[in-house]
Each structure stands twice: as structure tokens, then as C-alpha cells.
Design a protein around this ligand. Structure first.
Ligand SMILES: C[S@@+](CC[C@H](N)C(=O)[O-])C[C@H]1O[C@@H](n2cnc3c(N)ncnc32)[C@H](O)[C@@H]1O
Length: 270
């Protein structure tokens, strides 16, 4: 069963369009749109492409197809026995914990959790954690790490391009992932995380950004879509900032020394 009807209805609403508005753009009746959104019929190929163009997303995304894991280089990296990213949590985890200690039950969503080091850290410290990644081999290692630590994380395979939360979280966390989101989808994806965050909840995110004076990184981990400097903060203009920073750091992944620039935001929903 395709996810198309739900994705179409959600995407249309996110674009503030009625069925009638969309029908007019396609020279169709609103009944045709209603049939697509209730699963009674499907658009033909030409209409699907036109829909994708109207919403600025791929036809695959509208159909809810997860791209193959080969789209990221991580499957092979995670195939090794050693933890590619280690098992020590990111420093952002400690910042989140200082800000929102788990003195009450708090739910965390880890977007692009990799091999699970941060998700397991949160779970060990008493948070309830949902964590997803595109790469199944990373999730497997995350499950093993959680078992070894005697804790539980709900790890699941999903693509950030098509996944949208269905419940509310207190903390949305993502490290080293947002540069895999195409720019056209970022506003809608971040808005959906924000809408599914409790009041007083916290987002802790980082993104690789582009600087004209930094050459493109040489290795295959090169971000597919670098953010503009400050772009991430722009999505949180009406949130309370606890941290917004930009840092240039050295890296030699791929064996060639180079530099990255990264924006970090830790912000609270008012
Ligand atoms: C640099 S790693 C970071 C992993 C983890 N957050 C950490 O810090 O250890 C980037 C991760 O993003 C995941 N990823 C890339 N594109 C994704 C997508 N569209 N949806 C979900 N995960 C994705 C990769 O599989 C990989 O595990």
C-alpha cells in the first residue's frame, strides 16, 4: 500500500493549498485530488511530475519511496566491527542534558543516529529515545550498543526526506546529518520537527555550512547540500537561543587534510 495519499494531503496542507487550489494548478476538478488523497485513484506519470514540481520535491518523495542506502557512503563504514564514530557521545548531548535534565520523563528524537552513540547515551541517562537512520547496518550496531549498556532505544530505519514525526518530542537532536537534506525540503522538514516539539522543548542540531574561502572537502563524506552560513538559525527566529555558534575545524577523513565549517544551534521552543 503506497503512502502517496497521506503524503499528498500533508504536503498540500503544508503549502497552504486547498484541494481546489491544487486542482486549478493542474486543470483538474477538486474531486480528482480528493480521490488521490483518499486512495481511490492515482495520478498518471505526467501529473505526478507536475505535482512534484509544484511542491518542489521529487516524485519518489511523494510516493514515499525510501532511497537505497547506497545513497550514503555509510553502509560499508558501518559494516566494520569497530564503531566508525566511536561510542562516546557528542558534546551536544551534554549541553542538552544540562538544559533539560531527565528529572521528568522526556522523549528524544535522534535524526540520523548512525551507530547510535548519542541515542544510547540519552537512553542510559533516563530519556525515552526514538532514533532513526537511513543505514540499517548502523542501526544494527546501535541495537547491540543499547543491549550491551542494558538500555532500550527504539531504533528504526527511515529516510529523513520522507519521515515526519507522528508524536511530540521534548528534544530533537541531530548531529552530522542535516547536510543530506536538499535545500528545497529543509523548511518543511524543520517545520514538522518544530510542530512536533513540546513547548519548552529543545532542538540541538548542527549543519555543515559553505564558506567561499574553504575548498570543497575531498572525501566521499562531502555534504551533498551545504547550508548557507546562518541559514539554520533563520529557521528558529522565534525560538529562544541557548547557543548558536559557527566553527571551522580540521578534518582528515579520506586521508587528505581539509577543513569544515559547522553551525550549531541549541534552541528552546517558547
Ligand atoms: C556523519 S553520520 C552521523 C551519525 C550520527 N549522528 C553520529 O553523530 O554519530 C551521518 C548519518 O546520516 C545518515 N543519513 C544520511 N542521509 C540520511 C537520510 N536521508 N535519512 C536518515 N539518515 C541519513 C547516514 O546514514 C549516517 O549515519
Amino acid at each position: 500500500m503506497t503512502a502517496f495519499p497521506q503524503i499528498l494531503a500533508r504536503t498540500r496542507r503544508q503549502h497552504d493549498m486547498t484541494q481546489d487550489d491544487l486542482a486549478r494548478r493542474l486543470n483538474l476538478s477538486f474531486q480528482a485530488i480528493s480521490k488521490w488523497e483518499t486512495g481511490q485513484s492515482m495520478p498518471d506519470l505526467d501529473q505526478l511530475v507536475r505535482l512534484a514540481n509544484i511542491f518542489g520535491v521529487s516524485a519518489d518523495a511523494l510516493l514515499g519511496h525510501a532511497p537505497t542506502p547506497a545513497r550514503t557512503p555509510y553502509r560499508q563504514k558501518y559494516d566494520q566491527q569497530a564503531y566508525y564514530w566511536g561510542v562516546a557521545p557528542s558534546t551536544m548531548c551534554y549541553e542538552v542534558m544540562r538544559l533539560r535534565p531527565p528529572t521528568a520523563p522526556l522523549c528524544v528524537l535522534d535524526v540520523g543516529c548512525g551507530e547510535g552513540k548519542d541515542a544510547v547515551f540519552f537512553a542510559r541517562n533516563g530519556y525515552e529515545v526514538d532514533a532513526f537512520d537511513l543505514t540499517e547496518t548502523g542501526l544494527e550496531k546501535g541495537r547491540r550498543l543499547a543491549d550491551a549498556c542494558g538500555t532500550k532505544v527504539r531504533f528504526f530505519q527511515a529516510d529523513a526526506l520522507t519521515f515526519r514525526p507522528e508524536r511530540t518530542y521534548d528534544i530533537v537532536f541531530s548531529s552530522g546529518v542535516l547536510h543530506y537534506l536538499p535545500s528545497a525540503l529543509r523548511p518543511e522538514i524543520l517545520a514538522s520537527y518544530q510542530a512536533h516539539t513540546a513547548r519548552g522543548g529543545v532542538h540541538a542540531l548542527n549543519a555543515f555550512v559553505q564558506k567561499p574561502f574553504l575548498p570543497a572537502p575531498p572525501d566521499e563524506e562531502s555534504p551533498c547540500a551545504l547550508w548557507r552560513s546562518g541559514e539554520l538559525a533563520g529557521h528558529y527566529a522565534d525560538w529562544r537561543f541557548h547557543r548558536f555558534s559557527e566553527e571551522i575545524f580540521d578534518c582528515d577523513s579520506g586521508g587528505i587534510p581539509h577543513q569544515h565549517c559547522m553551525d550549531v544551534i541549541i534552541a528552546e521552543k517558547p
